[in-house]
Ligand binder design. Structure first.
Ligand SMILES: C[S@@+](CC[C@H](N)C(=O)[O-])C[C@H]1O[C@@H](n2cnc3c(N)ncnc32)[C@H](O)[C@@H]1O
Length: 257
C-alpha cells in the first residue's frame, strides 16, 4: 500500500462570476434546497461540465445522501472514485462532516480540491490521488460509491477518457476491494451506492433506505454486527431480498392490526 500525498488545488483562482455562483449555491445547499445541476456545474471547467450528466452525482442525489449520512451520525465520509469532487463538495457544504475522496486521475483530484475551495469547504474536503488498494484510504464512518468501476465495462465512446486500460478482471478486482472494506468497517458504519458498485455485500449489512425515483437506484446500507465469514451477496440480489423482507414485515404488521 503506497502512502500518497493529499492533493492540493492548482486553479482555485475564481473570478467574480464564480464567486457569485458559489455564494448562491452555498446558500441554497445550507437552506436544504438543491440548486439545478446546470447552475452548480458553472463552477466546473467546460470539459468537466460536459461529463457531468453521466459521471458526477446529481446535486439532488448528493444532498439526499449527505442528509442520510448526517442522520446516521457519520462525521467522516469517503467517496471512492471522487471525480471532480461534486459529491464531496455538496456534502461538506450541506453538513458539518469531513469528506475524503480517492481519485485515480490526478487532473480530476486537483479539480476536486479547487471546487471545495471555491465553495469555502477546502478545510473539510481532502482528496487522495491514486487507485483504491494502492494508496491507503482513510477509515471513515461512511462510504459512498457512484458506480466507480463501471468504466471497465463501458465501450469506447462511453468512457470518461481513454487514459486507463479497461478490463472485466480489473472491475471485479476493484469491486472486491470495496467488499473487503465493508467486511473491515466498524459496526454502525454506513455505505451508500448510486447505480451500485458491482460487488458483493456481506450479510452483516442491512438495507436502511432505497430510492428508485432518481435516474439510478440509490441505496443506504448499515453494518449491524461483526462479519462472521458468512456468504456475501451481489448488491442487487441482496437489495431485492431485503426489500422483500421489509414488504413481508409490513404485511405481517398489517395482518396483526
Ligand atoms: C462515476 S465517477 C463518480 C465521481 C464522483 N464520485 C461523483 O459522484 O460525482 C467515478 C470516478 O471513479 C474514478 N475511479 C475509477 N476507478 C478508480 C480506482 N480504482 N481508484 C480511484 N478512483 C477510481 C474515476 O476516475 C472517476 O472519476
Amino acid at each position: 500500500m503506497r502512502d500518497t500525498p493529499w492533493c492540493s488545488a492548482t486553479n482555485a483562482l475564481d473570478c467574480d462570476e464564480d464567486r457569485l455562483v458559489a455564494t448562491s449555491i452555498r446558500q441554497q445547499l445550507r437552506a436544504g434546497s438543491a440548486p439545478r445541476d446546470a447552475e452548480f456545474d458553472q463552477l466546473l471547467c467546460v470539459a468537466h461540465r460536459k461529463l457531468s450528466a453521466n459521471f458526477w452525482t446529481p446535486v439532488e442525489v448528493a444532498l439526499v445522501v449527505a442528509r442520510w449520512f448526517e442522520a446516521s451520525r457519520a462525521s467522516s465520509v469517503l467517496d471512492i472514485g471522487a471525480g471532480i469532487g461534486k459529491f464531496c463538495a455538496i456534502g461538506a457544504v450541506a453538513t458539518s462532516a469531513t469528506y475524503f475522496g480517492i481519485e485515480r486521475r490526478e487532473v480530476l483530484a486537483e479539480s476536486a480540491v479547487s471546487l471545495a475551495e471555491k465553495l469555502g469547504v477546502g478545510d473539510r474536503v481532502r482528496v487522495l490521488v491514486g487507485e483504491l488498494g494502492v494508496v491507503a484510504a482513510p477509515r471513515t464512518d461512511a462510504i459512498y460509491c457512484f458506480n466507480p468501476f463501471g468504466e471497465h465495462l463501458f465501450s469506447d465512446g462511453e468512457v470518461l477518457d481513454e487514459s486507463i486500460v479497461r478490463s472485466v478482471a480489473r472491475y471485479r478486482h476493484d469491486a472486491a476491494l470495496v467488499t473487503q472494506m465493508l467486511r473491515d468497517a466498524d459496526v454502525g458504519a454506513v455505505f451508500c451506492t448510486y447505480n451500485g458498485f458491482g460487488g458483493k455485500i456481506p450479510r452483516c449489512y442491512e438495507l436502511l433506505r432505497c430510492r428508485t425515483d432518481f435516474s439510478c437506484p440509490l441505496r443506504l446500507w448499515r453494518k449491524t454486527r461483526l462479519h462472521r465469514g458468512e456468504p456475501e451477496l451481489p448488491e442487487e440480489e441482496f437489495a431485492e431480498l431485503e426489500l422483500l423482507d421489509s414488504w413481508n414485515d409490513v404485511c405481517s404488521i398489517e395482518a396483526h392490526r
